[in-house]
Design a binder for this molecule. Sequence first.
Ligand SMILES: [Mg+2]
Length: 184
Amino acid sequence: MRFGFDIDDTLINLREHAFHIYNKKLNQNISLEIFNELKTVEIHEAFSLTSEQGGQMWNSLLEEIYFTNCPAFEGAIEFINELQKEGHEIFYITSRPKNYCPRTRQWVVEQGFPVVDANFYCGMQDDEKIHIIKELKLDYYFDDKPAVLNTLTDIPTKIYVKDQSYNQHVNIPRVKSWVDFKLQ
Ligand SMILES: [Mg+2]
């Protein structure tokens, strides 16, 4: 079967990684408890930044956020390697900016995710993911972001949401943890 995955905050814990970097850069010590309560994909509210300041901060730290030691969610690498071993096809679909795509693919490989170059899709807008998912005729697709998931109704692909504080209102099957996740 054909499995598609978003990367950031679906397979890797990017927001939390960025949260630690923000704390360091801003000389703050905001607790993870506050992070875990955030109802937005963006994290600037935890630091009392405006969305403009938050956007600037995020963009200025993008290299560091993307290419340092952001951890994968526990079990994610193993889950995907297991799928590959079973003979399934793995696709990655990430809306990271185009200029970061080659390094992102390399970084994902280095973390231990199985990557077939031709199956690595990067640099689209969030709302363009649906076209790729349709064209690829994916059997399963996993993402965390409500703005993406909301475009994916009415397609035959089975969609799962990776559980996050900002997507609790999304009413589709949920991946709470990759460690004990089973396909329905
Ligand atoms: Mg994501």
